[in-house]
Design a binder for this molecule. Structure first.
Ligand code: SF4
Ligand code: SF4
Length: 83
């Protein structure tokens, strides 16, 4: 069994309206290391070397782990109402 969870494609895995912060990637600062992709517990970050980091907000829970592990602080957790 894998130690990480996967977002379900069904409505059971969809994040509701309760998320208060969401991660926003500053692509100008991103060094393409892939750590956010590796550590996201919901596996909702789409990353491949040379491609832009994309976050699926339908499933993102706003936990902030991606922002914590980013070595260049390229991810900001922004209040939901401001994005
Ligand atoms: S905030 Fe949490 S769930 Fe959302 S992309 Fe970052 S690590 Fe994944
Ligand atoms: S952890 Fe930060 S620097 Fe690394 S790929 Fe993600 S956003 Fe880019």
């Amino acid at each position: 069994m894998l130690p990480i969870s996967k977002p379900a494609p069904a409505s059971a895995g969809v994040t509701g309206t309760w998320r208060t912060y969401r991660p926003v990637v500053n692509l100008g600062k991103c060094i393409d290391c892939g750590l956010c992709w590796l550590y996201c517990p919901e596996s909702v970050i789409d990353w491949e070397k040379g491609e832009k980091v994309k976050i699926d907000y339908t499933y993102c829970k706003g936990c902030g782990i991606c922002a914590e592990v980013c070595p260049v602080k390229a991810i900001d957790m922004e209040p939901e109402e401001e994005v």
